[in-house]
Structures are given as C-alpha cells and as structure tokens.
Design a protein around this ligand. Sequence first.
Ligand code: 5GP
Ligand code: ZN
Length: 144
Amino acid sequence: MKDECKTKGECIFCKIIKKEIPANIVFENEHALSFLDINPANKGHALIIPKKHAETTLDLNEKELKELVVVVLKVAKAVKKTTGSQAFNIIQNDGKLAGQLVMHAHFHIVPRFENDGLDYRTKRTQYAHGEASELAKQINKAIE
Ligand code: 5GP
Ligand code: ZN
C-alpha cells in the first residue's frame, strides 16, 4: 500500500494500518480497515477507518465515502450476528467540537443490548485477557 499518511507518522490509526501497533482487526480490504475499539462501550464495539489518512469524513471524496460506508454496514451486520445484539449505533464524531479525539476519520459500530444503560462516552467496558482477539476472529468469520 502506498504510504499516504501526511501526519509525519504521528497518527495512531495510520500506525494501526501500517501494523506498527497492534489491533484486533475484524476486516480489511484495499480501502478500509476495521478493528475493535481499545476502550469499548459494549463488547464488539468496532471502528471502521479509511486507509487513506483523512482528518474528517468531509476530507474524503464521494467514491471514498461510499467505499467506507459499504464496510461500515458489512462490519455492523457481522458484529450484530456475533454478539447477538438486537441493535447497534453508528456513531461518527466529525471534528474536535463534536468529540472527535483521533483525527483520522472513523465510524463507530456499537452493538446494543436490552437495558445496557449505555452512555457510550462515560460508560466503557473491558475485555478479559484474550477475549478481544477471539471476538475479532469471530466477527471476521461472520463477514459476508
Ligand atoms: P473519537 O472520539 O475520535 O470518535 O473516538 C476515537 C476512538 O478510538 C475511541 O473510542 C478510543 O477508545 C479509540 N482508540 C484510541 N486509540 C486507540 C488505539 O490505539 N487502538 C484502538 N483499537 N482504539 C483506539
Ligand atoms: Zn491517519
């Protein structure tokens, strides 16, 4: 893959794309990468990012956005199936004022469960040792 990172190697998500830091990857194609959020709101909380570094979704062109959204829904379907969730939120924080902390455009898929009492900003959960990598493998297998 061509190195398109314009952040002088500082972007954490570009580092995940380049496999410089580990992540529990659930899906990868030419355009996008999906992996489990390190601080999940619910187990199975996944992020979907374009491989091209773009700060916000508005920095992507229409073709790139379409390629990304296809993967968002593909992953959402597999997360729902694997976790047995009844529903999910697609969250996209675009810009710092909207709560974007990592300045590499991304979508969140957060599976939702009955009475999960989720306020995804303030209540996060944790995986047991080895649980996230196993779940990522299962979600990957469920991708159609
Ligand atoms: P934002 O607030 O920018 O929409 O969300 C960024 C998300 O990235 C957060 O939910 C945070 O937990 C997640 N995150 C930040 N750094 C890492 C990392 O190094 N690995 C993974 N897997 N997720 C990360
Ligand atoms: Zn980046």
